[in-house]
Design a protein around this ligand. Sequence first.
Ligand SMILES: [Fe+2]
Length: 288
Amino acid sequence: MPKKTTRRTFLKRTIGSLFTLLGLSSGGYYYANKIEPSMLSIEQMDIIHPLIPKSFDGIRIVQFSDTHLGFQYNIKQIKKLAHRINQLKPDIILFTGDLLDEPNKYTEINRLLPILDSLHAPLGKFCIFGNHDHGGYGSDLYRNIMEAANFTVLLNQSSTIKLQDGSRIYLLGIDDAMLGTPDISIAMKNVPKHHFTILLSHAPDLAEDALRYPIHLQLSGHSHGGQVKIPFIGALIKPPFAQKYLEGLYSLGDNNQLTLYVNRGIGTTRLPFRFLSKPELTVFTFRT
Ligand SMILES: [Fe+2]
């Protein structure tokens, strides 16, 4: 009996034929399935802006994103990742969404909680919702996990990051664009003007909306950097709201009003492959 061609098998076949076409065949398949998804690239960059208070000089943020636990990424791997994040000695830890690939099917929450709780950041751990965190009625589950692990969930809300001398910056988090109700204006409600402001949005393409507000830096995930990139063709998967901004640094608006950084994420989804799009941790250091 002929097998029904699902979207997943169709995509797998497409990728298979592309690798074959490129002469990579089984070696390429093995690399994209086993090797690259378990790599980790640590990207480092400075954040420089006149509104960053002097006492923030040297403060470090570590951003991680899109772990998609339960698909190709497992508990052992996130334990190792948490250890690596702590080794980087972050002052602030930010998670930009998509913790579990399918929240209602995930069975290792009891093992996951202490790992997320072990992440250490003296100025706070913050997170936002991604589309997978809402999927399969996962919204409450995600919030409960993150709050139990001492993360502050920012759902169209803001928070202050304040140092002992009273100097501060503001951090906003909005809901996911695909399955949630993102609202930057509500999130901005308690944010005064003329302070350095960071927006967390799972979906990078919402940077175009962020431009209408006094936001200086947007940190996103969601794209997985394309996850599989074919030379001369480009990214194989561009999810909705990650069509325009795929990975790395972008400057938007007049006088570079907004800097956008898109993290490639840690895990994979839909297809157990990464090719030319290594998993990533990002370390941002404030410089004044
Ligand atoms: Fe994702």
